[in-house]
Design a protein around this ligand. Structure first.
Ligand code: NAD
Length: 259
């Protein structure tokens, strides 16, 4: 999608990867950018507003674990910008000591956000269609023992997003879906991983993860926004150590229909 003049909603926009993506979207000449997040980051907002005076930039507070808060946030966004072309679901938490909260943020909230956004975008009902980018993880591709619950949530994100990219749905809604699977990226999310392991006795696995090679959030954001321009509906992309790799999946099952 050519991003020039487009309206973008970014959930989790003040996070490490999110704030770099905001700049990349603004560099592409988007018309409006609405940032959904738990709390305002006045410094980033101020910096973006003065660096990109021609863009309309808004912040809408929301808590992705609260369905009403999601509904209200989309209402407010649409009141401000009229319609949106791109939604990025980029909130996240990696902490296996908080099972319910983590599933609620990473998976449940992302599903509710997607289902709340769709009626606004729905081409079959007067909307303009568009693109939804869901941020999964390499832990949503490979079972990741050290954070088994996070890995489960992210596998859910990958499966949900691939399912939403069904041609049947695309024909109806006119909305493309892309799954982004970053590798380890230098943000708060991966700080002190030993404290976030599924089991205390396995903390050493977490500590080991802290020594693995990682990419910068800037590089991850450049590639994510590149894929907003060039990615295809249903594409699942691993963004690791500065590279983009499209993932392929074998068909493991298909229903057998009676003639
Ligand atoms: N950093 C990595 O190594 C890495 C790797 C793979 C995937 N990811 C994914 O990338 C995305 C961005 O992560 P990041 O590394 O920038 O992390 P981050 O911790 O810097 O940012 C997470 C963002 O989510 C927001 N958030 C958390 N809980 C929320 C809630 N209840 N309601 C609303 N917003 C909430 C935070 O305020 C923050 O802005 C996440 O989905 C994460 O799982 C990150």
């Amino acid at each position: 999608m050519d991003l020039t003049g487009k309206n973008v909603i970014y959930e989790g926009g003040f996070g490490g990867i999110g704030q770099c993506c905001l700049r990349e979207f603004l560099e592409r000449g988007v018309k409006s950018l609405v940032i959904f997040d738990l709390q305002e980051n006045a410094n980033i907002l101020q910096e973006l507003t003065s660096s990109y005076p021609e863009a309309q930039i808004y912040f809408v507070p929301f808590d992705i674990t609260d369905k009403n808060s999601i509904t209200e946030a989309f209402k407010k966004a649409v009141e401000k910008i009229g319609h949106f072309d791109v939604l990025v679901n980029g909130c996240g938490l990696m902490d296996d000591t908080k099972v319910e909260l983590m599933i609620n943020i990473n998976l449940m909230g992302l599903i509710h956000s997607t289902l709340t956004a769709l009626p606004y975008m729905d081409k079959s009902n007067g909307g303009r269609g568009g693109l939804i980018i869901n941020i999964s993880s390499v832990a949503g591709l490979e079972p990741t023992a050290v954070v088994a619950v996070y890995s489960a949530a992210k596998h859910g994100v990958t499966a949900f997003t691939r399912a939403m990219a069904s041609p049947h749905y695309y024909k109806h809604f006119g909305v493309s879906f892309i799954t982004i699977c970053p590798g380890i990226t230098d943000t708060n999310l991966v700080a002190n991983p030993h404290e976030k392991a599924t089991f205390k006795f396995a903390e050493a696995l977490g500590a080991r993860l802290a020594t693995a090679e990682r990419q910068s959030p800037e590089v991850c954001a450049q590639n994510l926004v590149k894929l907003a321009e060039t990615g295809k509906n249903g594409g699942v992309y691993m963004l690791d150590l500065g590279e983009i790799k499209e993932m392929t999946f074998p068909t493991m099952w298909a229903p057998l229909f009676n003639p």
